[in-house]
Design a protein around this ligand. Structure first.
Ligand code: GTP
Ligand code: MG
Length: 138
């Protein structure tokens, strides 16, 4: 059975959507293994977003992720990595399909980075790496 790291990003927490996003995860049948409201740090984000270092949206992404608390979540369930990515929808909230978190709840605010409400691990390797970053005790 898989585990995935999910983040409700600062826009989701600020807009009061944490509960709605957890509701969708639970309604899908995934188990909540850990849920913690956290302030990200430069160190955590440098590790978490290492693959994006050097890209034009990297600095605004880190700044955005430091703009308020995030809800850090570990979920568990059969194929939950791919399953949560499907629940989340496409990266761009404008084109994310209705029925998805980003498609239903997100929009383009015209800012330097896509404020797209959630993060979800994209592979088993990423999930193990990211869970180690956010929840070293798990
Ligand atoms: P995550 O689940 O957050 O990792 O989203 P993702 O896997 O759909 O996107 P990706 O890992 O490629 O990018 C990480 C984050 O950087 C995205 O969620 C966006 O917030 C931001 N981002 C990615 N690509 C772009 C882009 O082309 N333009 C802008 N402005 N932001 C981007
Ligand atoms: Mg990603």
């Amino acid at each position: 059975v898989q585990r995935s790291l999910v983040l409700v990003k600062p826009d989701g927490v600020r807009r009061g959507l944490s509960g709605e996003i957890l509701r969708r995860i639970e309604a899908k049948g995934y188990t909540l293994v850990a849920v913690e409201l956290r302030e990200a740090t430069e160190e955590i984000l440098a590790a978490h977003y290492a693959e994006h270092e050097g890209k034009p949206f990297y600095a605004p992404l880190v700044e955005f992720m430091l703009s308020g608390p995030v809800l850090a979540v570990v979920i568990e369930g059969q194929r939950c990595i791919e399953g949560f990515r499907s629940l989340a929808g496409a990266t761009d909230p404008t084109t994310a399909a209705p029925g998805t978190i980003r498609g239903d709840l997100g929009r383009d605010w015209g800012l330097a980075v896509q404020q797209n409400l959630v993060h979800g691990s994209d592979s088993e390797e990423s999930a193990a790496r990211e869970i180690g970053i956010w929840f070293p005790s798990l």
